[in-house]
Structure formats: structure tokens, C-alpha cells
Design a protein around this ligand. Structure first.
Ligand code: GRF
Length: 193
């Protein structure tokens, strides 16, 4: 039976799109049970709708704690069979109820070679530091910011004539290859029946 994932996205959803494309292209043996966003009009939701994928908005309520938000999310997910939660530009730190409900079953993609450049504007900071390379990382999620155990990384060269735009495009291209491939490796390891 095909494995089911949930994708959490707050914004553009181009990594969600890469996952959808990999599934539709037969490169990823999984189905997206649901897309979750904390942002009501996130473009990621429109991508889900275009592909007939169930989606739900779980917007934080005024004064709601991280733990309460996470508990509400766990309840909302109960109706879906979920093998793996994939964060794809989800801009919230996950609370304990989610981490406990899905132990070692939540992963994230980050546009840098962690542990370098955790947090926001990672591509910009690597570029500003004049590095020769950066990359992207898939890691298990814990209660820190981009701190969980690393699963996979792809290196991306920084060329002398790069601009932040050309570098950003190259890092994103690496993400779009690495994320579906890593999900495939986790859900359907080679050699497993
Ligand atoms: C990606 O660069 C991802 O690494 C980071 O947020 C960005 C999300 O972009 N966590 P998108 O919404 O998938 O287009």
C-alpha cells in the first residue's frame, strides 16, 4: 500500500510542487494525504487544490501557545493516515504534542549546509560571507530551529559571478531534487519489499 505523507507549508510551496511532480512522475512512491498551512492564502494551498490534494488551514489563534497549536494540529491530523510529515517552508517551530505524536516522523528542508546558517535568510547569509559553496539539508525535526539530526545534504557551488538571485535559484533546484529523493529513501528504502 502506498505510503502517505502530510506536507506543511506557509508560503510559495515550490518544494511542495517538487514533491507533487515527483509523485506524479513516478519517482516518489507516496501520496500526499493532506497539505497543512498556517497561512490562509498561502500559494501552497492553491497548488494542492490544482492537484486535487486535500488541504487545511490551521491558523494560530490569538494568544495560543506553541503547545496548544501543536495539540490542535495533532487532532486535525487524526483522520489522515500519515507515515511522514514533511515541512516545506513551514514557518513555525513545532510544539511538543506534534513531536510526540510523530516521533522521528517529521522532517524539514533547509537551504544551507546545516549546522551552518540555521534560521532565516540562510542563502543570503552564506552569499554575504563570500563562501565558495553552500547547499541544502534534510533533517529530522526537533524543538529547535533547524537543529535535528541530519538525514541528507546536497552541496551547491557559489560562483564568482553569482548574484543572490542566481544562487537562490541554484539552491532551490538542489532542494527540488533532494527532498523527493530523500522522502523516497525514507519511505521506500531500496531492497525493502
Ligand atoms: C525553502 O527554501 C526551504 O528550504 C525553506 O523555506 C523555503 C520554502 O520555499 N525551509 P517554498 O515555499 O517551498 O517555495
Amino acid at each position: 500500500m502506498s505510503r502517505a505523507i502530510a506536507v506543511f507549508a506557509s508560503g510559495t510551496g515550490s518544494n511542495l510542487q517538487a514533491i507533487i511532480d515527483a509523485i506524479e512522475g513516478g519517482r516518489l512512491g507516496a501520496r500526499i494525504a493532506v497539505v497543512v498551512s498556517d497561512v490562509p492564502h498561502a500559494p501552497a494551498l492553491a497548488r494542492a487544490a490544482r492537484h486535487g490534494i486535500p488541504a487545511m488551514v490551521i491558523a494560530p489563534e490569538r494568544g495560543e501557545t506553541r503547545e496548544a497549536y501543536a495539540a490542535r494540529t495533532v487532532s486535525a491530523l487524526k483522520v489522515y493516515p500519515i507515515d511522514l510529515i514533511c515541512l516545506a517552508g513551514f514557518m513555525r517551530v513545532l510544539g511538543r504534542p506534534l513531536l510526540e505524536a510523530f516521533p522521528r516522523r517529521i522532517i524539514n528542508i533547509h537551504p544551507a549546509l546545516l549546522p551552518a546558517y540555521p534560521g532565516l535568510r540562510a542563502i543570503e547569509r552564506a552569499f554575504a560571507d563570500g563562501l565558495k559553496e553552500t547547499g541544502c539539508t534534510i533533517h529530522y525535526v526537533d524543538d529547535g530551529i533547524d537543529t535535528g539530526p541530519i538525514i541528507a545534504q546536497a552541496r551547491v557551488p557559489i560562483h564568482a559571478d553569482d548574484t543572490i538571485e542566481t544562487l537562490t535559484a541554484r539552491v532551490h533546484a538542489a532542494e527540488y531534487a533532494l527532498y523527493p529523493q530523500t522522502i523516497q529513501n525514507l519511505l521506500n528504502p531500496a531492497g525493502a519489499s
